[in-house]
Design a binder for this molecule. Structure first.
Ligand code: FES
Length: 92
């Protein structure tokens, strides 16, 4: 049996180019990429998976992500929040 991940992070990367509705992709894509690189760099990619997600239904509070299994949401993310998220993934 394959080993299961301890944590899954779903980062919204949905981008609406032709809409006035808010979307996460402009920042979410970069946050996801940064988190993924950092997890690989720290050799944690066997335990923590950083997934792309479509719209998570929280557009007005985006950019956002959710961490499973605790179902912990982070809203209004900025690129600079990556370090805090990594620390949370490692310590909690
Ligand atoms: S576009 Fe990101 S939650 Fe809807």
């Amino acid at each position: 049996m394959n080993k299961l991940y301890k944590k899954h992070v779903f980062v919204c990367v949905n981008q609406r180019d032709n809409s006035n509705k808010k979307s996460c992709g402009h920042i979410g894509t970069q946050i996801r990429s940064n988190l993924k690189q950092e997890i690989i760099k720290r050799n944690l990619n066997q335990d923590i998976r950083i997934n792309k997600s479509g719209c998570l239904g929280k557009c007005s509070q985006g950019p956002c992500l959710v961490i499973y299994p605790k179902q912990e949401w982070k809203f209004n993310l900025e690129i600079e929040d990556g370090e805090e998220i990594i620390n949370k993934l490692i310590t909690e």
